[in-house]
Design a protein around this ligand. Structure first.
Ligand SMILES: NC(=O)c1ccc[n+]([C@@H]2O[C@H](COP(=O)([O-])OP(=O)(O)OC[C@H]3O[C@@H](n4cnc5c(N)ncnc54)[C@H](O)[C@@H]3O)[C@@H](O)[C@H]2O)c1
Length: 256
């Protein structure tokens, strides 16, 4: 049990096929009290998540669901307040929430750009600010931001330049928080997944999928649990001396 009694917020957790859900499930398996947050969170989604996690861990999970638009700072602060009201404190934030748009550079309108960057980068900023306020008062805490290989390799396989830029911003934001707030016991790290089998790949043809897989050294796409495993490592004390790092979860598809 790597997270026994730790209170962890996981955003972007509404889809049972997603990285956020897989992370919430693995954290619950490791004894965490988990707050699942998403723009799409509602009573039915929370009930479905609860059923699925309880079945997986063979006991009732200590779970709390909150609807949150990470593009709104008020929502992010309210998310932390709700988590504290339920569990007394927050130890860790894992930010998986994001949007993706597949567009050539010249087709990206100002509206497209604002939509992607407002959720992915401003959202990460809003969450991190609410988290750091809480963590500084509590003398410590841990942030894990899910970025993307798109930020490292010059564009995504799925997302356009606005997506890649937003994720590059997330990595930079994470490093800045690690440097500025390390002295107050706050750790911040980023994860860069490559193509992972979630709803984000819906719409990709099987031919294109196989073409990408054939160029990956480990010869398969990522699974949500692959990314969840890296989140668990970074959320736990196994990584107590790691901050400001970017961990690749990419099957060797981008070695640098
Ligand atoms: N799947 C991939 O191939 C891949 C690759 C690299 C990085 N990633 C990253 O992994 C993370 C998880 O993505 P996923 O693949 O599980 O996809 P996903 O679509 O299942 O998860 C994203 C979640 O974010 C939520 N969301 C969107 N806008 C929001 C907002 N304004 N406020 C709160 N929640 C919001 C969505 O409702 C959704 O549940 C994302 O950050 C994504 O960019 C995914």
């Amino acid at each position: 049990m790597l997270l026994r009694d730790k209170v962890c917020i996981v955003t972007g957790a509404a889809s049972l096929r997603g990285i956020g859900y897989a992370t919430a499930e693995l954290f619950a398996l490791h004894g965490a009290r988990v707050v699942v947050a998403d723009l799409a969170m509602n009573e039915k989604v929370v009930a479905d998540i609860r059923t699925s996690i309880d079945r997986r861990i063979s006991r009732p999970a200590d779970l709390h669901g909150v609807r949150c638009d990470i593009g709104s700072f008020d929502d992010c602060r309210a998310l932390f307040e709700s988590a504290v009201a339920r569990f007394g404190r927050v130890d860790c934030l894992v930010n998986c929430a994001a949007v993706v748009k597949s567009q050539p550079f010249l087709a990206i309108s100002e509206t497209d750009y604002d939509f992607v960057v407002d959720v992915n980068l401003k959202g990460a900023f809003n969450l991190a600010k609410a988290a750091v306020e809480h963590f500084v008062a509590n003398k410590g805490g841990n942030i894990v931001n899910v970025a993307s290989v798109a930020a490292q390799r010059g564009g995504g396989l799925v997302g356009g330049a606005h997506y890649a830029a937003s994720k590059g911003g997330v990595i930079s934001l994470t490093k800045s928080i690690a440097r500025e707030h390390g002295p107050q016991g706050v750790r911040a790290n980023a994860i860069c997944p490559s193509m992972t089998e979630t709803g984000m790949l819906d719409g990709m043809t099987e031919e294109r999928f196989q073409e990408i897989v054939s160029a990956i050294p480990l010869r398969r796409a990522g699974k949500p649990r692959d990314v969840a495993g890296a989140c668990l490592f970074l959320a736990s004390d196994l990584s107590a001396y790691i901050t400001g790092a970017t961990i690749d979860v990419n099957g060797g598809s981008h070695i640098h």
